[in-house]
Design a protein around this ligand. Structure first.
Ligand code: OGA
Ligand code: MN
Length: 288
């Protein structure tokens, strides 16, 4: 039976209905899922009460998984393939490292020389309301630019930095950001990437970008701001309202996403992510 797909928004995304990820998936059904992933940029599977092992096994169908050496503090203690995105305090009562993960527009691991091709995020506990995630279609955003702008940006590389500087201004947040920076030197990534499977061009930017390579930050900032604002216009965006036991897989090569802080932070929000490895991209630069 062909997959039952329901579009999530005009811009991107589809829900895969009538699939139970606990049941074995044939190669041909997985092939349809993979094609839908390429076609829609993100896929949603609802009501998937699967274990961590099953989450990891399903993720491996998409490709080899990252062990999260670039983000060691946020790894699950027993499963290096799982990255925690949680506001659950540590056992000693201190705040979680990952409570602000993703609170800016980004594509996963863009600040490393092997950016992720895709991520699979599973929600375990979600707040009563809010804690939504936004996703933007960077292929549409690129295609909506004028030819002149497309030509202007095509040779540019942008320098991506790790760490969530904008939000995490506490002392412990600064220490963590410093560790992140030591582990992950600045990387220049192409501003326009060609998707290795679909061949389509997509913008590759976000709010971890500081400046264009060989240009100063003040020279770069207006164009970076313009492109990020353009790419995240509502017509290019899907806003996901989580339910417990959702799984979303997104294509990091042609989408970006952002976690919203639109919820009561005394309530729990706990998600876990696997990260499918991509292909090498960009180059290390000497200074940010
Ligand atoms: C991520 C991420 C967003 C969210 O897991 O990569 O950015 O809403 N999460 O938790
Ligand atoms: Mn992310």
């Amino acid at each position: 039976m062909p997959l039952q797909l329901r579009k999530l928004s005009h811009a991107l995304g589809a829900q895969v209905c009538d699939i139970d990820l606990k049941a074995p998936l044939t190669e041909s059904t997985f092939g349809e899922i993979y094609q839908a992933f390429l076609d829609h940029g993100i896929l949603l599977f609802r009501d998937q009460c699967i274990s961590r092992e099953e989450h990891i096994a399903f993720s491996r169908r998409f490709g080899p998984l990252d062990q999260h050496d670039s983000l060691p503090q946020d790894r699950h203690p027993d499963f290096p393939e799982l990255l925690l995105v949680t506001n659950e305090p540590h056992a000693d009562g201190s705040a979680s490292n990952s409570r602000y993960t993703g609170r800016q527009w980004h594509s996963d691991l863009s600040f490393t020389p092997i950016p992720s091709m895709g991520s699979l995020l599973k929600s375990w506990i979600v707040p009563e309301v809010g804690g939504d995630t936004l996703f933007a279609n960077m292929t549409l955003a690129y295609e909506a630019l004028s030819l002149g702008m497309q030509q202007l940006i095509s040779p540019l590389h942008a320098i991506h930095l790790s760490g969530t500087r904008k939000i995490n201004h506490t002392a412990s947040g600064e220490v963590r950001a410093e560790q992140q920076r030591r582990l992950n030197p600045p990387i220049a990534q192409p501003v326009v990437r060609i998707h290795p499977e679909t061949g389509r061009k997509a913008l590759y930017l976000g709010e971890k970008v500081r400046r264009f390579d060989q240009m100063t930050a003040p020279e770069s900032q207006p164009l970076i701001d313009y492109l990020n604002r353009h790419a995240t216009r509502p017509e290019f965006v899907y806003r996901h309202q989580w339910q417990a036991h959702d799984i979303i897989v997104w294509d990091n090569r042609c989408t970006m996403h952002q976690a919203l802080g639109d919820f009561d932070e005394t309530q729990r929000r706990h998600l876990e992510r696997t990260t499918v490895m991509g292909t090498p991209s960009g180059y290390v630069v000497a200074s940010e």
